[in-house]
Design a protein around this ligand. Structure first.
Ligand SMILES: NC(=O)c1ccc[n+]([C@@H]2O[C@H](COP(=O)([O-])OP(=O)(O)OC[C@H]3O[C@@H](n4cnc5c(N)ncnc54)[C@H](OP(=O)(O)O)[C@@H]3O)[C@@H](O)[C@H]2O)c1
Length: 291
């Protein structure tokens, strides 16, 4: 592991942070993870809590930070003023400090800033956020862009927006696997669309972006917009599970309120592919990674 130019992953215990740490370390980089659990701090884990008033100083060998952690729960973003403060004030404040320390910074954002009514939005397209989580990410993007511009650090900042990320523990997959094991049908929603990626793909793609230090707006996306019924069918077929164990329904029929129900979830990756070589992840590759 090379410790000359280390990476810092803020939010090392998050789904995305875990995938990124594995990819960076597999490629031979030294990567610190941040945690807000003091008892788990060691020589690769540094303490960082957005809510702490203590200014954060990155380890001296770090020259690139990924800001992965955030208040991510949609419901919490609607209701908890602290979620707004974390996402819109405290994260940009940390990014200002890290840019001031001379680091290259990646800020992780979301496809939901585009609102979900336009297919394959380009990296530099205008936003149309609807839900509180998306509004907060949109405001944070504006704040960090302004901070970088005013500090002359635009060439050391990128914003990477992601579509839905899956690993085998992401809901509803564990319940589907259990049902199929028992020979019971699952009930996926046909009115919920996503463009899933695997956590392995996102980890490797972010590591590539970190190695290439590409400034500006970037996207990582699944290559297909699919419903949960399409997704369950592709997964079942790969697992040798019969189509009779998929009984499609809708969130509407089940009376389940879904905060973000886009018509289109996938992100255009034209600029990202041109500059990084990373292409959207095909659905079959997502499923191979999950299994
Ligand atoms: N998952 C997706 O499908 C998806 C899709 C699009 C974009 N994103 C974005 O990708 C990023 C990662 O998402 P994720 O799903 O991997 O996140 P996650 O698993 O929900 O984890 C969130 C992380 O944020 C940390 N955190 C929360 N409040 C904090 C605070 N006050 N100080 C320090 N750390 C704090 C948590 O720390 P603890 O471990 O201590 O709780 C946790 O590690 C987020 O920015 C999210 O908006 C995710």
């Amino acid at each position: 592991m090379s410790k000359e130019k280390s990476f810092l992953v803020v939010g090392g215990d998050s789904l995305v942070g875990g995938g990124l740490l594995r990819a960076l370390r597999r490629r031979g980089h030294f990567a610190y993870a941040s945690t807000r659990r003091l008892e788990t701090v060691d020589d690769q884990r540094v303490y960082l809590d957005f809510e702490s008033d203590e200014p954060f100083q990155a380890p001296t060998d770090v020259d690139y930070a990924f800001i992965i952690a955030a208040a991510t729960n949609y419901d919490r973003c609607e209701k908890d003023p602290l979620a707004y403060k974390i996402n819109v004030e405290l994260i940009p404040r940390l990014i200002e400090s890290l840019l001031g320390q001379g680091l290259f910074v990646t800020f992780i954002s979301t496809n939901s800033v585009f609102g979900g009514e336009r297919p394959w939005p380009h990296e530099d397209d205008p936003h149309a956020p609807g839900i509180a989580y998306a509004l907060q990410k949109d405001k944070a993007e504006d704040a960090v862009r302004t901070i970088a511009r005013e500090g002359g650090a635009e060439q050391r900042l990128n914003i990477v927006r992601l579509t839905k990320i899956l690993d085998s523990h992401t809901s509803p997959l564990p319940a589907w696997f259990d049902s199929w094991k028992r020979g019971e049908a699952v009930h996926p929603f046909s009115d919920l669309i996503f463009a899933p990626m695997s956590v392995q793909f996102v980890g490797e793609a972010l590591a590539t972006i970190g190695e290439k230090r590409i400034p500006g707006n970037l996207h990582l996306s699944g290559a297909e917009n699919v419903s949960y019924v399409d997704f369950a069918s592709a997964l079942a077929s790969k697992m040798g599970v019969g189509p009779n164990l998929i009984e499609p329904t809708t969130a509407t029929a089940k009376g389940i309120h879904i905060a973000f129900k886009p018509s289109y979830s996938g992100l255009g990756m034209e600029r990202t592919t041109q500059l990084s070589g990373v292409k959207p992840q095909p659905l079959s590759a997502v499923i191979d990674d999950l299994l």
